[in-house]
Design a protein around this ligand. Structure first.
Ligand code: ATP
Ligand code: MG
Length: 372
């Protein structure tokens, strides 16, 4: 290896050589780079080695299932509560003198790169000038989103919400207060700070906050220590059930663990929060999320329609072009449902076709005999 990545990653040569086997080789424009797509014992998933530079993966955020017990157990001091927004994670780093946007698994997304450069390039460059060796981490949120899909009333189309400024190589974060100040002073939009609580009160305060977010169909919170050394997440029932409703529209494509984990979250939240009546109500909604979604899919296939993940994107024509190429390069089969140009922007609605659900549902409908 021509670069001393082991040293940059803080690993011994031996550990680095071993870890390197788990990296994928990729390329962006004319540069070959390496990214770590899966969880690993020594390195964060999504860590990238790009032309002699390291872009550290975003750390995995643990979760508590029970606020009252989990929060005091995990934190020892003041708890900062920020909104957890539902979009896709992006790290924007300056590599080889230009801004690149990396997805959670460490892929340079050409669309996100172009889009962010256009919308926020100046602000991000200025922030990195004032904090050399740092990268900006945030969530791209909004309805016109090629990877996830959750609308926010205050977000038009697709926007960035910054939630971290970290050292590009080590991943070390700026403390919450300093980071909020830095992001704000550079004119970048950031996630909301919903409260700062003493450890003893944090769990009950967060419960109230979660109730409010749930009523607005928002995802949840990230609790953080002042130095961001500890982060803990907790989500609303609305988010858990939205995920379930979505996953069960594609029951043979989504991992069963994904679904099971969300049912477990609902059970513990019900145990912690619900009256008898609320529990019955939650059970009813949960049934709708699961059964209602699956039957909808069966009906669609029965009518001869395509099932899959529906997304939309609205951006400059060249950005949309780059996105569709990138998704197809990754082996996705796209069905374009709508494609038009409006005020210099191209709007496309497309379905990422999910073959397993399409095929299995079809053969079951045709009466395939199942031996279980
Ligand atoms: P993991 O469990 O590895 O963290 P995941 O894909 O299951 O990943 P989520 O359940 O969405 O992720 O929770 C963590 C993610 O939440 C972060 O990776 C980040 O993209 C997103 N996020 C949204 N808002 C915030 C915030 N305020 N602070 C930190 N992360 C946030
Ligand atoms: Mg998320």
């Amino acid at each position: 290896m021509e670069h001393d990545y082991a040293d940059m990653l803080g690993l011994s040569e031996y550990d680095f050589e071993k870890a390197f086997d788990s990296f994928d080789e990729r390329s962006y424009e004319d540069t070959v780079y390496y990214s770590l797509p899966d969880y690993h014992t020594k390195l964060e998933r999504g860590t990238v080695l790009f032309d002699g530079e390291v872009v550290r993966g975003f750390p995995k955020v643990p979760r508590t299932l029970v606020l009252a017990e989990g929060v005091p157990r995990y934190f020892s001091d003041t708890v900062y509560v920020e909104e957890k927004m539902n979009g896709f994670n992006v790290r924007v780093a300056r590599v080889d003198d230009s801004l690149l946007a990396f997805t959670r698994s460490g892929i340079v997304c050409p669309f996100t790169t172009m889009y962010l450069r256009r919308r926020y390039g100046g602000e991000i460059e200025a922030l990195i000038d004032s904090h050399p060796d740092c990268m900006v981490c945030g969530e791209l949120v909004g309805a016109d989103n090629p990877y996830t899909r959750h609308p926010y009333p205050e977000v038009d189309s697709l926007e960035l919400r910054v939630f971290d400024v970290r050292r590009q190589e080590s991943g070390e974060p700026l403390p919450v207060e300093e980071r909020r100040e830095v992001v704000d002073s550079h004119g970048l939009p950031q996630v909301r700070l919903l409260g700062v609580h003493e450890m003893e009160e944090a769990a009950s305060e967060v419960r109230d906050t979660i109730g409010e977010l749930d009523a607005e169909n928002r995802e949840g919170v990230l609790m953080k220590s002042a130095d961001v050394g500890q982060q803990l997440k907790y989500t609303t029932s609305a988010a858990n059930q939205d995920d379930l409703a979505f996953a069960f529209t594609l029951p043979f494509d989504y991992g069963q663990a994904f679904m099971f984990r969300r049912i477990i979250r609902e059970a513990f939240q019900s145990h912690e929060d619900d009256t008898e009546e609320e529990r019955r109500e939650r059970a009813h909604r949960l049934g709708e999320s699961i059964l209602g979604s699956m039957t909808e899919t069966i009906e669609r296939v029965d009518r001869g329609e395509t099932v899959g993940e529906e997304h939309s994107v609205k951006a400059k024509p060249e950005e949309v072009e780059v996105l569709l190429d990138h998704l197809r390069d990754q082996g996705l089969h796209l069905v374009i449902e709508e494609d038009r140009v409006e005020d210099g922007e191209r709007y496309v609605e497309f379905v990422k076709k999910t073959q397993a659900t399409q095929d299995k549902t079809g053969v079951y409908l045709d009466g395939k005999i199942v031996r279980e």
